[in-house]
Design a protein around this ligand. Structure first.
Ligand code: NAI
Length: 462
């Protein structure tokens, strides 16, 4: 008899959700986690702490820019950086302790330490070896390195160091105009740092709808962030209190340098599977370091599965969570399924950026006939009342059938609004289905309905 039905390695959103669902389905479950606290990158050094800092600095921004216009006069708050970090740490603790509580509630054993898989059905943690019928690898990802750049997490930092800088830098160079670079760049720009984003491509947030990316770039520039696009970073030299960034402009190969108090390296993440012993076990790994799985997340070794950032697909907590739930169902003999066509992506800046499904660019590539319904938040009464009229909703629908193929939103609460469209897409809805649904007034969600109306006879407030 095996010690457990399932041992999950890694307690991030993929792993802990998988474990909870396994326990709910009656499987005896343990989770291996080497960190002091549960929740993985997301809760400890990713999604959750960054949202705390984004919230605090957004409040500061509001007080500096919009309070006076609303008749709220007086000095705007000064920043107590230590307290802001303490608030962020408290938010982390509340969340990680919450997972510990859920583990106890569901009778999941936490095997503390870093795990490895010495053979099929076996997991080693420290000196102990445990047996399990099923092993799920959910070990996540780590920041990828850049040749010529050495990270010290003090002056040259990844997202982890950027969440606990000793002091607010006067200047910051962000390498990479992706999600992490723009979220953390926004935080420090709001705190008064001169932020310059150096991006390899001629655009920001690659993979997102091009029109959204252009609007986003304009709005971020208005907020004071500087951008150097089409620039490949060659090296970063850390000096005592500063760093020197050398980059080459791709258009003419000319070399330039920038000095900054802090350099954030945000050029992507890579699967993290160190120390698991996967090679010796015979688990197939791709050239990019991703664990190879079949359609039901089983690796090349029977009974060993993998989910989340360490396999193919977008490196998003909610994608890992969905795989975690479906994985548990598969192990329990049910039909676990993830609809990879409807996985939203959100950037938690201000305004927020959210997307799901196809972009205009991918539809053009596929040669599909589509129509576009767009609506600006300038025509939304609620958004105008709270200084949030920048941005728009864009719905892409099949030209013939009106079926929704994708949606892209830049504007207030975009990360929440997008889910109305996700649900609609799950049900195979047409734009007209949203257009004919009564939306409460005054809400931001009316902008989604107006964009859906714009796919048909036209929006009302445009
Ligand atoms: P990313 O892939 O979003 O962006 C990296 C950017 O760096 C790209 O625009 C790329 O062109 C650029 N780049 C690469 N090499 C460069 C060089 N040598 N010089 C200049 N630019 C260079 O990666 P990021 O922002 O590091 O995020 C990592 C992962 O974490 C992503 O998969 C992201 O989805 C996820 N994440 C998601 C969040 C969310 O859902 N809100 C928040 C934070 C991270």
């Amino acid at each position: 008899m095996a010690d457990y039905d399932v041992i999950v390695i890694g307690a991030g959103p993929g792993g802990y959700v998988c474990a909870i669902r396994c326990a709910q389905l009656g499987l005896k479950t343990a989770v291996v986690e080497g960190r002091e606290t549960l929740g993985g990158t997301c809760l400890n050094v990713g999604c959750i702490p960054s949202k705390a800092l984004l919230h605090a600095t957004h409040m500061l921004h509001e007080s500096e820019h919009n309070f006076a216009a609303m008749g709220l006069k007086g000095k705007s708050p000064s920043v107590d950086w230590k307290q802001m970090l303490a608030y962020k740490d408290d938010v982390i603790a509340q969340n990680t302790k919450g997972i510990e509580f859920l583990f106890k509630k569901n009778k999941i054993d936490w095997l503390k330490g870093w795990g490895s898989i010495p053979g099929a059905g076996k997991v080693k943690v420290g000196d102990d070896t445990h047996s399990a019928k099923h092993i799920v690898i959910a070990t996540g990802s780590a920041s990828s390195s850049l040749p010529g750049v050495e990270v010290d997490e003090k002056i040259v930092v990844t997202s982890t160091g950027a969440l606990e800088l000793g002091k607010i830098p006067k200047s910051m160079v962000v390498i990479g105009g992706g999600v992490i670079g723009l979220e953390m760049g926004s935080v420090y720009a709001r705190l008064g740092a001169a932020v310059t984003v150096v991006e390899y491509l001629d655009r920001i947030i690659p993979g997102n709808d091009d029109e959204i990316a252009r609007t986003f770039l304009k709005l971020l520039k208005k907020q004071g962030l500087d951008f150097i696009l089409g620039a490949a970073v060659q090296s970063v030299e850390a000096l005592k209190t500063k760093a020197k960034v050398t980059y080459k402009l791709r258009k003419d190969d000319s070399e330039h340098q920038l000095d900054a108090d802090c350099v954030l390296v945000a050029t992507g993440r890579k699967p993290f599977t160190d120390g698991l012993g996967l090679e010796a076990l015979g688990v197939e790994i791709s050239k990019r370091g991703q664990v190879q799985t079949d359609a039901h997340w089983q690796t090349s070794v029977k009974g060993v599965y993998a989910i989340g950032d360490c396999i193919d697909g977008p490196m998003l907590a909610h994608k890992a969570e969905d795989e975690g739930m479906a994985m548990a169902e598969v192990i329990a003999g049910q039909a676990g399924h993830v609809n990879y066509g409807v996985i939203p992506g959100v950037i938690y800046t201000h305004p927020e950026v959210a997307s799901v499904g196809e972009t205009e660019e991918t539809l053009k590539e596929q040669g599909r006939a589509y129509k576009v319904g767009k609506f600006s938040f300038m025509g939304n009464g609620r958004a105008k009342a709270v200084f949030a009229g920048d941005g728009f909703v864009k719905i892409l629908a099949d030209k013939e059938t009106d079926r929704i193929l994708g949606a892209h939103i830049i504007g207030p609460a975009a990360g929440d609004l997008i889910h109305e469209i996700c649900v609609a897409m799950e049900f195979g809805a047409a734009a007209e289905d949203i257009a004919r649904t009564c939306h409460a007034h005054p809400t931001y969600s009316e902008a989604v309905r107006e964009a859906a109306l714009a796919c048909g006879d036209g929006a009302i407030h445009a």
